[in-house]
Design a protein around this ligand. Structure first.
Ligand code: MRU
Length: 347
């Protein structure tokens, strides 16, 4: 597997650690962090040092590989007890993105196929599985971005929420892939970027990625979305997502559903971008999607020099919300663009 400098997750050169770009430090510092075991991997995922639905899946896959390498077991059944323990721990680090549990399942399935083989053969297979998950995501993001370009014309202006670019995935990204691929091809797109409270993925990561790619980028506070839409500044909204239910309801970063409501009000198309595997038909509707709840201190303290609220005030801090299918113009995947009423078995 050939890595690039900006890949947010990779296997270390010596093959014993997972390396991530610590996204909590961006845009002020570009620092690679090494993760050596299940505890460090879970902590990095939970603290959003590595984040974005596809990216945490890739991190989990490499993570299980390095955990497997380090297992010392008397026999194969003991090896599997320990491997499943690591997989359970890593797979439950965050609940909402389907990619995390999917990657863990793929790694375990591959390990089980190697039962009875030598340890070296098992390790080679697990490394191959993690690299395949990674390289498939690169390919998927590229195809999604090509489909996205068919929805745009030169000069269009897009509003985006959170970060669904290369830092959240592989290379192009999902929600931002169209803009990044378009920039390479000489399109002049404009991006309005919601800062995305409380953890500022839009301000810190999306505006960093898009402006580095030479895209005309304007940062706004989340509560300015209605203003820019009402002024006719937005041609379309582009977002990524963490899980899509069978009926097309979609979970993405908290605040996404508000953007969709506004887009409907102003008659602006609202597009969701994701790998086809993000569609979880076991969830019938958005009601079935588990929404991660996070610490209230993120609202009161994170990214502020001093606390901005009384120490003991109650906070509600859901990390994601569900956008109802009826507010989504289309869901763009590598298998094509799906329009309502959503039937994901059609392609
Ligand atoms: O909490 P985060 O930063 O992991 O949330 C990420 C998002 O909501 C992204 O939009 C989503 O994972 C899609 S990434 C292509």
């Amino acid at each position: 597997m050939k890595y690039e400098k900006n890949d947010p997750v990779r296997l270390s050169e010596d093959g014993t650690a997972v390396e991530i770009i610590d996204q909590t430090l961006l845009p002020n510092m570009f620092k690679i962090k090494r993760l050596h075991n299940a505890d460090e991997i879970c902590s990095a995922i939970q603290l959003l040092e590595v984040r974005g639905a596809p990216c945490i899946g890739i991190c989990a896959a490499y993570g299980i590989y390095i955990c497997a390498l380090k297992i010392s077991a008397e026999n194969e059944s003991e090896f599997f007890v320990q491997l499943e323990k690591c997989a359970e721990q890593i797979g439950s680090a965050r609940p909402t993105a389907v990619n995390l549990s999917l990657a863990v399942k793929k790694m375990l399935r591959r390990a089980k196929l190697c039962k009875g083989r030598t340890r070296d053969e098992m390790m080679a297979a697990l490394k191959d599985e993690a690299e395949t998950i990674h390289s498939e995501d690169i390919e998927t993001c590229h195809i999604i971005s090509e489909f996205g370009l068919t929805l745009m014309k030169d000069g269009d202006s897009v509003l985006t929420h959170c970060n669904a670019g290369a830092l959240a995935t592989s290379r192009y990204g999902t929600g931002l892939g169209t803009l990044l691929l378009g920039a390479e091809r000489g399109y002049n797109f404009h991006a309005y970027v919601d800062e995305t409270r409380p953890l500022l993925q839009g301000a810190r990561l999306t505006s960093y990625e898009l402006s580095n790619a030479g895209i005309d980028t304007t940062l706004i506070c989340d509560n300015m979305a209605s203003y820019v839409m009402s002024k006719g500044l937005i041609d379309a909204c582009f977002v990524g997502c963490d899980r899509v239910a069978a009926n097309g309801d979609t979970a993405n970063k908290i605040g996404t559903s508000g953007v969709a409501v506004l887009a409907k009000h102003y008659g602006i198309p609202f597009y969701v971008f994701c790998p086809f595997t993000t569609i979880d038909t076991e969830c019938k509707t958005g009601e079935d999607i588990v929404i991660e709840m996070r610490d209230g201190d993120e609202i009161k303290k994170m990214y502020f020099e001093k606390p901005v609220a009384p120490e003991n005030v109650k906070c509600l801090n859901p990390a994601f919300d569900v956008t109802p299918a009826e507010l989504i113009t289309a869901i763009v995947t590598e298998k094509g663009i799906f329009y309502p009423p959503y039937d994901f078995s059609e392609k």
